[in-house]
Design a protein. Structure first.
Length: 472
Protein backbone atom coordinates (compact mmCIF):
# COMPACT_ATOMS: atom_id res chain seq x y z
CA UNK A 1 0.00 0.00 0.00
CA UNK A 2 1.37 3.38 -1.01
CA UNK A 3 1.37 6.07 1.70
CA UNK A 4 1.48 9.70 0.67
CA UNK A 5 4.23 11.72 2.36
CA UNK A 6 2.87 14.17 4.96
CA UNK A 7 2.36 17.64 3.55
CA UNK A 8 4.55 20.47 4.82
CA UNK A 9 1.37 22.41 5.45
CA UNK A 10 0.89 20.34 8.57
CA UNK A 11 4.07 21.80 9.99
CA UNK A 12 4.29 25.29 8.48
CA UNK A 13 6.89 26.70 10.96
CA UNK A 14 9.20 23.68 10.58
CA UNK A 15 8.82 23.78 6.81
CA UNK A 16 9.76 27.43 6.65
CA UNK A 17 12.86 26.89 8.77
CA UNK A 18 14.01 23.89 6.71
CA UNK A 19 13.41 25.75 3.47
CA UNK A 20 15.28 28.82 4.71
CA UNK A 21 18.22 26.70 5.84
CA UNK A 22 18.33 24.81 2.55
CA UNK A 23 18.20 28.00 0.53
CA UNK A 24 20.78 29.98 2.45
CA UNK A 25 23.21 27.12 3.20
CA UNK A 26 24.03 28.69 6.56
CA UNK A 27 25.57 27.10 9.60
CA UNK A 28 24.03 27.56 13.01
CA UNK A 29 24.02 31.31 13.73
CA UNK A 30 26.28 32.60 16.48
CA UNK A 31 24.78 36.07 16.72
CA UNK A 32 21.63 37.31 14.95
CA UNK A 33 19.77 36.02 11.92
CA UNK A 34 18.72 37.76 8.77
CA UNK A 35 15.32 36.87 7.15
CA UNK A 36 16.85 33.73 5.60
CA UNK A 37 18.22 32.51 8.90
CA UNK A 38 21.84 33.34 8.18
CA UNK A 39 24.16 34.55 10.89
CA UNK A 40 24.79 38.31 10.56
CA UNK A 41 27.48 40.30 12.36
CA UNK A 42 26.79 42.42 15.43
CA UNK A 43 28.64 45.66 16.23
CA UNK A 44 28.76 48.07 19.14
CA UNK A 45 30.53 51.43 19.07
CA UNK A 46 32.31 52.78 22.14
CA UNK A 47 31.38 56.28 23.29
CA UNK A 48 29.20 58.68 21.32
CA UNK A 49 29.60 57.79 17.63
CA UNK A 50 30.35 60.78 15.41
CA UNK A 51 32.39 61.65 12.35
CA UNK A 52 33.78 64.92 11.05
CA UNK A 53 34.36 66.68 7.74
CA UNK A 54 37.27 68.64 9.20
CA UNK A 55 39.29 66.08 11.17
CA UNK A 56 40.03 62.37 11.07
CA UNK A 57 38.15 60.22 13.59
CA UNK A 58 38.91 56.74 14.90
CA UNK A 59 35.91 54.59 15.78
CA UNK A 60 36.32 51.90 18.43
CA UNK A 61 34.24 48.90 17.38
CA UNK A 62 33.37 45.62 19.06
CA UNK A 63 32.41 43.19 16.28
CA UNK A 64 30.94 39.71 16.70
CA UNK A 65 30.39 37.37 13.77
CA UNK A 66 30.34 33.66 13.13
CA UNK A 67 33.46 33.32 10.98
CA UNK A 68 36.14 35.63 12.33
CA UNK A 69 38.58 34.79 9.53
CA UNK A 70 36.33 35.92 6.67
CA UNK A 71 36.84 39.45 5.24
CA UNK A 72 35.10 42.29 7.06
CA UNK A 73 34.30 45.85 6.03
CA UNK A 74 32.74 48.95 7.53
CA UNK A 75 30.08 50.68 5.44
CA UNK A 76 28.99 54.28 6.03
CA UNK A 77 25.98 55.50 4.04
CA UNK A 78 24.01 58.72 3.82
CA UNK A 79 20.98 59.50 1.72
CA UNK A 80 18.87 62.64 1.52
CA UNK A 81 16.94 64.35 -1.23
CA UNK A 82 17.90 61.82 -3.89
CA UNK A 83 21.61 62.17 -3.07
CA UNK A 84 23.39 59.11 -1.76
CA UNK A 85 26.90 58.86 -0.37
CA UNK A 86 28.71 55.65 0.56
CA UNK A 87 32.13 54.84 1.97
CA UNK A 88 33.46 51.28 2.33
CA UNK A 89 36.48 50.65 4.57
CA UNK A 90 38.19 47.24 4.64
CA UNK A 91 38.98 46.25 8.21
CA UNK A 92 42.40 44.99 9.21
CA UNK A 93 41.83 44.22 12.87
CA UNK A 94 43.84 41.54 14.67
CA UNK A 95 41.03 41.34 17.21
CA UNK A 96 37.47 42.12 16.07
CA UNK A 97 36.32 42.63 19.65
CA UNK A 98 38.61 45.70 19.87
CA UNK A 99 38.79 47.09 16.35
CA UNK A 100 40.05 50.65 15.87
CA UNK A 101 38.85 52.01 12.51
CA UNK A 102 40.21 55.36 11.25
CA UNK A 103 37.74 57.34 9.14
CA UNK A 104 39.45 60.13 7.21
CA UNK A 105 37.61 63.42 6.72
CA UNK A 106 39.07 63.64 3.20
CA UNK A 107 37.44 60.32 2.30
CA UNK A 108 34.07 61.51 3.57
CA UNK A 109 34.29 64.73 1.56
CA UNK A 110 35.46 62.87 -1.55
CA UNK A 111 32.44 60.58 -1.21
CA UNK A 112 30.09 63.62 -1.02
CA UNK A 113 29.01 63.21 2.60
CA UNK A 114 27.25 66.19 4.21
CA UNK A 115 26.80 67.30 7.83
CA UNK A 116 23.97 65.42 9.50
CA UNK A 117 23.07 61.82 10.17
CA UNK A 118 24.67 58.78 8.52
CA UNK A 119 24.21 55.03 8.92
CA UNK A 120 26.98 52.62 9.83
CA UNK A 121 27.00 48.84 9.34
CA UNK A 122 29.57 46.05 9.36
CA UNK A 123 29.67 43.69 6.37
CA UNK A 124 30.73 40.05 6.54
CA UNK A 125 32.24 38.79 3.24
CA UNK A 126 31.88 42.21 1.57
CA UNK A 127 33.07 40.89 -1.83
CA UNK A 128 30.21 38.43 -2.16
CA UNK A 129 27.14 39.25 -4.18
CA UNK A 130 25.01 39.43 -1.03
CA UNK A 131 27.23 40.25 1.97
CA UNK A 132 25.78 39.79 5.42
CA UNK A 133 25.27 43.16 7.11
CA UNK A 134 24.76 44.10 10.71
CA UNK A 135 21.85 46.24 11.77
CA UNK A 136 22.46 49.86 10.78
CA UNK A 137 23.40 52.34 13.50
CA UNK A 138 22.95 56.09 13.22
CA UNK A 139 25.84 58.44 13.88
CA UNK A 140 26.43 62.12 13.24
CA UNK A 141 28.75 63.94 10.89
CA UNK A 142 29.67 67.29 12.46
CA UNK A 143 28.90 70.54 10.69
CA UNK A 144 32.26 72.36 10.28
CA UNK A 145 30.62 75.64 11.31
CA UNK A 146 29.66 74.18 14.68
CA UNK A 147 32.76 72.29 15.79
CA UNK A 148 33.73 72.99 19.40
CA UNK A 149 36.59 71.25 21.19
CA UNK A 150 37.22 71.09 24.96
CA UNK A 151 40.18 73.10 26.17
CA UNK A 152 42.14 73.06 29.40
CA UNK A 153 40.97 71.93 32.80
CA UNK A 154 42.68 69.49 35.14
CA UNK A 155 42.41 66.09 33.46
CA UNK A 156 39.09 67.08 31.92
CA UNK A 157 37.40 67.85 35.23
CA UNK A 158 37.14 71.60 34.70
CA UNK A 159 38.00 74.48 37.01
CA UNK A 160 36.39 74.49 40.48
CA UNK A 161 35.12 77.71 42.01
CA UNK A 162 36.45 78.55 45.49
CA UNK A 163 34.47 77.17 48.40
CA UNK A 164 32.04 79.43 50.20
CA UNK A 165 33.40 81.41 53.12
CA UNK A 166 33.78 79.62 56.48
CA UNK A 167 30.62 79.84 58.54
CA UNK A 168 28.41 80.08 55.45
CA UNK A 169 26.06 77.54 53.99
CA UNK A 170 26.41 76.91 50.26
CA UNK A 171 23.07 77.52 48.55
CA UNK A 172 24.33 76.67 45.09
CA UNK A 173 25.06 78.35 41.79
CA UNK A 174 22.44 81.01 41.17
CA UNK A 175 23.37 82.13 37.68
CA UNK A 176 26.09 82.24 34.99
CA UNK A 177 26.61 84.26 31.82
CA UNK A 178 29.34 85.77 29.65
CA UNK A 179 30.32 89.40 29.27
CA UNK A 180 31.58 90.62 25.88
CA UNK A 181 34.87 92.46 26.28
CA UNK A 182 37.55 93.72 23.92
CA UNK A 183 39.75 90.80 22.85
CA UNK A 184 38.10 88.11 24.94
CA UNK A 185 34.96 87.49 26.93
CA UNK A 186 34.67 87.03 30.66
CA UNK A 187 32.37 84.71 32.51
CA UNK A 188 30.27 86.14 35.33
CA UNK A 189 28.93 83.76 37.97
CA UNK A 190 26.71 84.31 40.97
CA UNK A 191 26.70 81.81 43.80
CA UNK A 192 24.43 82.13 46.80
CA UNK A 193 25.37 81.36 50.38
CA UNK A 194 23.72 81.83 53.74
CA UNK A 195 26.18 83.42 56.15
CA UNK A 196 26.28 83.15 59.91
CA UNK A 197 24.29 86.38 60.23
CA UNK A 198 21.38 84.74 58.37
CA UNK A 199 21.83 86.98 55.34
CA UNK A 200 21.78 85.45 51.92
CA UNK A 201 24.84 86.65 50.05
CA UNK A 202 25.35 86.28 46.31
CA UNK A 203 29.06 86.24 45.56
CA UNK A 204 29.84 87.43 42.04
CA UNK A 205 32.92 86.01 40.33
CA UNK A 206 34.58 87.32 37.18
CA UNK A 207 36.16 84.38 35.35
CA UNK A 208 38.78 85.44 32.78
CA UNK A 209 40.04 82.67 30.51
CA UNK A 210 43.66 82.50 29.35
CA UNK A 211 43.95 80.45 26.15
CA UNK A 212 47.76 80.37 26.39
CA UNK A 213 47.99 78.87 29.85
CA UNK A 214 44.60 77.12 29.45
CA UNK A 215 43.24 78.19 32.79
CA UNK A 216 41.01 80.74 34.50
CA UNK A 217 41.64 83.68 36.73
CA UNK A 218 38.70 83.90 39.15
CA UNK A 219 38.24 87.34 40.67
CA UNK A 220 35.44 88.02 43.17
CA UNK A 221 33.55 91.26 42.69
CA UNK A 222 34.38 93.80 45.37
CA UNK A 223 30.74 93.95 46.52
CA UNK A 224 28.42 90.98 46.62
CA UNK A 225 24.63 91.19 46.52
CA UNK A 226 22.94 90.97 49.90
CA UNK A 227 19.61 89.20 50.12
CA UNK A 228 17.85 86.50 48.15
CA UNK A 229 17.94 87.51 44.51
CA UNK A 230 17.55 86.56 40.87
CA UNK A 231 20.21 87.59 38.34
CA UNK A 232 20.33 88.19 34.58
CA UNK A 233 22.66 89.86 32.08
CA UNK A 234 22.66 91.26 28.58
CA UNK A 235 25.51 92.74 26.56
CA UNK A 236 25.63 95.89 28.69
CA UNK A 237 24.28 95.26 32.17
CA UNK A 238 24.07 92.78 34.98
CA UNK A 239 20.52 92.94 36.37
CA UNK A 240 19.39 91.63 39.74
CA UNK A 241 16.33 91.64 41.98
CA UNK A 242 17.13 91.76 45.69
CA UNK A 243 14.80 91.49 48.65
CA UNK A 244 14.19 94.61 50.73
CA UNK A 245 14.37 94.05 54.49
CA UNK A 246 10.92 94.05 56.03
CA UNK A 247 7.83 91.93 56.58
CA UNK A 248 6.48 92.11 53.02
CA UNK A 249 8.01 90.25 50.08
CA UNK A 250 9.31 93.37 48.32
CA UNK A 251 12.23 93.50 45.92
CA UNK A 252 14.35 96.14 44.26
CA UNK A 253 15.45 95.83 40.65
CA UNK A 254 18.98 97.13 40.08
CA UNK A 255 21.65 96.88 37.44
CA UNK A 256 25.46 96.99 37.26
CA UNK A 257 27.32 98.39 34.27
CA UNK A 258 29.43 95.54 32.87
CA UNK A 259 32.09 98.00 31.73
CA UNK A 260 32.73 98.60 35.41
CA UNK A 261 31.83 95.39 37.19
CA UNK A 262 32.99 96.78 40.55
CA UNK A 263 30.92 99.91 40.09
CA UNK A 264 27.77 100.82 42.03
CA UNK A 265 24.39 99.15 41.79
CA UNK A 266 21.89 101.49 40.14
CA UNK A 267 18.38 100.89 41.45
CA UNK A 268 15.69 101.22 38.77
CA UNK A 269 12.58 99.98 40.50
CA UNK A 270 11.87 100.18 44.21
CA UNK A 271 10.01 97.74 46.44
CA UNK A 272 8.23 95.62 43.87
CA UNK A 273 5.74 93.40 45.75
CA UNK A 274 5.95 89.71 44.88
CA UNK A 275 4.01 86.71 46.13
CA UNK A 276 7.21 84.74 46.60
CA UNK A 277 10.98 84.97 46.17
CA UNK A 278 12.08 85.31 42.53
CA UNK A 279 14.03 82.37 41.19
CA UNK A 280 14.67 83.53 37.62
CA UNK A 281 14.86 86.93 35.93
CA UNK A 282 14.93 87.98 32.26
CA UNK A 283 15.13 91.51 30.86
CA UNK A 284 14.02 92.35 27.33
CA UNK A 285 16.73 93.38 24.84
CA UNK A 286 15.64 97.03 25.05
CA UNK A 287 15.86 96.99 28.86
CA UNK A 288 12.31 98.30 29.21
CA UNK A 289 10.51 95.22 30.56
CA UNK A 290 11.40 92.27 32.74
CA UNK A 291 9.93 88.86 33.49
CA UNK A 292 10.36 86.79 36.63
CA UNK A 293 9.61 83.28 37.80
CA UNK A 294 8.89 82.68 41.48
CA UNK A 295 8.90 79.60 43.68
CA UNK A 296 5.33 78.76 42.61
CA UNK A 297 6.56 78.49 38.98
CA UNK A 298 4.38 81.45 37.96
CA UNK A 299 5.78 83.88 35.35
CA UNK A 300 5.02 87.62 35.67
CA UNK A 301 6.17 90.75 33.85
CA UNK A 302 6.63 94.42 34.75
CA UNK A 303 8.38 97.53 33.45
CA UNK A 304 11.91 98.08 34.72
CA UNK A 305 11.25 101.73 35.61
CA UNK A 306 7.57 101.75 36.53
CA UNK A 307 5.70 101.13 39.75
CA UNK A 308 2.78 98.95 38.63
CA UNK A 309 2.23 95.54 40.14
CA UNK A 310 3.63 92.62 38.14
CA UNK A 311 1.14 91.17 35.65
CA UNK A 312 0.85 87.42 35.08
CA UNK A 313 2.21 85.86 31.91
CA UNK A 314 1.69 82.18 32.60
CA UNK A 315 1.85 79.68 35.42
CA UNK A 316 0.81 76.06 35.40
CA UNK A 317 2.91 74.69 38.24
CA UNK A 318 5.47 73.12 35.91
CA UNK A 319 9.12 73.59 36.94
CA UNK A 320 10.80 76.51 35.15
CA UNK A 321 14.52 75.93 34.57
CA UNK A 322 15.33 79.01 32.49
CA UNK A 323 13.96 82.33 31.27
CA UNK A 324 15.58 83.86 28.20
CA UNK A 325 14.71 87.09 26.38
CA UNK A 326 15.99 87.29 22.81
CA UNK A 327 15.09 87.90 19.20
CA UNK A 328 14.96 84.21 18.42
CA UNK A 329 12.92 83.90 15.24
CA UNK A 330 11.66 87.44 14.55
CA UNK A 331 10.82 90.20 17.05
CA UNK A 332 12.01 89.96 20.68
CA UNK A 333 10.48 87.08 22.59
CA UNK A 334 10.54 85.47 26.01
CA UNK A 335 11.34 81.79 26.21
CA UNK A 336 9.89 79.96 29.20
CA UNK A 337 11.88 76.74 29.50
CA UNK A 338 10.41 73.72 31.26
CA UNK A 339 12.31 70.42 31.42
CA UNK A 340 10.00 68.94 28.79
CA UNK A 341 9.08 71.92 26.60
CA UNK A 342 9.85 75.49 25.56
CA UNK A 343 7.14 78.12 25.09
CA UNK A 344 7.63 81.47 23.39
CA UNK A 345 5.79 84.69 24.33
CA UNK A 346 5.93 88.06 22.62
CA UNK A 347 7.20 90.86 24.85
CA UNK A 348 4.61 93.46 23.81
CA UNK A 349 1.27 91.85 24.59
CA UNK A 350 2.91 88.98 26.52
CA UNK A 351 0.81 86.46 24.62
CA UNK A 352 1.88 82.93 23.84
CA UNK A 353 3.05 82.48 20.26
CA UNK A 354 1.43 79.69 18.22
CA UNK A 355 2.94 76.32 18.98
CA UNK A 356 5.06 74.98 16.15
CA UNK A 357 7.68 72.40 15.37
CA UNK A 358 10.61 74.82 15.53
CA UNK A 359 11.43 74.01 19.14
CA UNK A 360 9.62 70.70 19.56
CA UNK A 361 12.73 68.56 19.13
CA UNK A 362 14.83 70.21 21.81
CA UNK A 363 13.65 67.80 24.49
CA UNK A 364 14.49 64.72 22.41
CA UNK A 365 17.73 64.24 24.34
CA UNK A 366 15.99 64.20 27.72
CA UNK A 367 14.87 66.77 30.28
CA UNK A 368 16.32 70.26 29.75
CA UNK A 369 18.31 71.72 32.64
CA UNK A 370 19.19 75.06 31.02
CA UNK A 371 19.40 76.84 27.66
CA UNK A 372 21.13 79.82 26.07
CA UNK A 373 20.92 81.53 22.69
CA UNK A 374 23.60 83.07 20.49
CA UNK A 375 24.68 83.34 16.86
CA UNK A 376 27.26 80.56 16.99
CA UNK A 377 28.38 80.56 13.35
CA UNK A 378 28.12 84.22 12.34
CA UNK A 379 25.25 83.90 9.87
CA UNK A 380 23.07 86.46 11.65
CA UNK A 381 20.59 83.87 12.95
CA UNK A 382 20.17 83.01 16.61
CA UNK A 383 21.18 79.44 17.46
CA UNK A 384 20.43 77.50 20.64
CA UNK A 385 22.62 75.57 23.07
CA UNK A 386 20.54 73.17 25.15
CA UNK A 387 21.66 71.05 28.11
CA UNK A 388 19.95 67.65 28.29
CA UNK A 389 21.63 66.03 31.29
CA UNK A 390 25.40 66.24 30.64
CA UNK A 391 24.89 66.38 26.88
CA UNK A 392 24.97 69.79 25.20
CA UNK A 393 23.00 69.87 21.97
CA UNK A 394 23.70 72.65 19.47
CA UNK A 395 20.63 73.58 17.44
CA UNK A 396 21.34 75.74 14.41
CA UNK A 397 18.68 78.03 13.03
CA UNK A 398 18.26 77.59 9.30
CA UNK A 399 17.19 80.18 6.75
CA UNK A 400 13.60 78.86 6.84
CA UNK A 401 13.47 79.60 10.63
CA UNK A 402 13.52 75.94 11.63
CA UNK A 403 16.11 74.40 13.94
CA UNK A 404 18.28 71.32 13.39
CA UNK A 405 20.76 69.72 15.75
CA UNK A 406 24.26 70.04 14.27
CA UNK A 407 26.53 68.90 17.08
CA UNK A 408 26.64 67.31 20.51
CA UNK A 409 29.14 68.04 23.26
CA UNK A 410 29.61 65.73 26.23
CA UNK A 411 30.58 66.75 29.74
CA UNK A 412 32.27 64.30 32.13
CA UNK A 413 30.18 62.74 34.86
CA UNK A 414 31.26 62.72 38.49
CA UNK A 415 32.07 59.47 40.30
CA UNK A 416 32.54 60.30 43.96
CA UNK A 417 30.68 59.98 47.26
CA UNK A 418 28.86 62.89 48.85
CA UNK A 419 31.10 64.55 51.48
CA UNK A 420 28.26 64.86 53.97
CA UNK A 421 27.16 61.22 53.55
CA UNK A 422 29.55 58.71 51.91
CA UNK A 423 26.60 56.36 51.29
CA UNK A 424 25.22 58.86 48.78
CA UNK A 425 26.76 59.75 45.42
CA UNK A 426 27.38 63.11 43.83
CA UNK A 427 25.27 64.06 40.81
CA UNK A 428 26.49 66.58 38.22
CA UNK A 429 24.09 68.99 36.52
CA UNK A 430 24.63 71.76 33.97
CA UNK A 431 23.53 74.99 35.66
CA UNK A 432 24.78 77.66 33.26
CA UNK A 433 25.63 78.10 29.59
CA UNK A 434 27.23 81.13 27.98
CA UNK A 435 28.96 82.06 24.74
CA UNK A 436 31.54 84.65 23.79
CA UNK A 437 35.01 85.05 22.33
CA UNK A 438 37.07 83.53 25.12
CA UNK A 439 40.45 83.03 23.44
CA UNK A 440 40.84 86.18 21.31
CA UNK A 441 40.47 84.15 18.10
CA UNK A 442 37.47 85.06 15.91
CA UNK A 443 34.62 82.66 16.53
CA UNK A 444 32.16 82.15 19.37
CA UNK A 445 33.39 79.92 22.20
CA UNK A 446 31.32 78.20 24.87
CA UNK A 447 31.50 78.43 28.65
CA UNK A 448 29.68 75.82 30.74
CA UNK A 449 29.12 75.78 34.50
CA UNK A 450 28.20 72.56 36.28
CA UNK A 451 27.26 71.92 39.87
CA UNK A 452 27.73 68.71 41.85
CA UNK A 453 25.01 67.98 44.40
CA UNK A 454 24.35 65.09 46.74
CA UNK A 455 21.76 62.66 45.44
CA UNK A 456 18.47 62.56 47.32
CA UNK A 457 19.29 65.58 49.50
CA UNK A 458 20.27 67.94 46.64
CA UNK A 459 22.86 69.66 48.85
CA UNK A 460 25.11 71.82 46.60
CA UNK A 461 28.81 71.02 46.54
CA UNK A 462 31.37 72.03 43.89
CA UNK A 463 30.81 74.38 40.93
CA UNK A 464 33.06 73.82 37.91
CA UNK A 465 33.72 75.66 34.65
CA UNK A 466 34.32 73.98 31.29
CA UNK A 467 35.48 75.61 28.05
CA UNK A 468 34.78 74.58 24.45
CA UNK A 469 36.67 76.60 21.84
CA UNK A 470 35.27 77.14 18.35
CA UNK A 471 37.19 75.35 15.59
CA UNK A 472 39.21 72.18 15.22
Amino acid sequence: MHHQAPAFTAFPRLAALLLAGATAHCAQPACERDPLGCSVPMVTIAGTPRLSLTRDVTLQLNIKKQFSTSPTALRVQQGSGGQRAELLIRLQCPELAACAVPVASADLKASSFLPGEAQLAVLDAPDSTEPLASSAQTLRIDDPQFVFVPDGGDAGVGWPLPDVAPGSQNLGLRWMSAVPTVGSAQGILARAALDSGNYEVNSLYIATYNAISHDFTLTPRANGIIGRSAVYSDASYLWHMTRVNGQAESYNLARIDLRNINGPDVTLRMKTPLTGPPTLLAVTPDGVSAAIADETQAISHFSTGGAEAPSPVTGDGRPVVALQAFALISSPQLAVVNPDRIRLFDVVGWQALPAGNALSGLTAGGPISTLTASDLNGDGLTDLLVANGLTLAIWAQRADRTFAVVNYLQLPAVNAPCPENPDLKLVRTVRGLASGELDGVPGVDLLVATEDTCEQTGTPQTVRLFVFLHGN
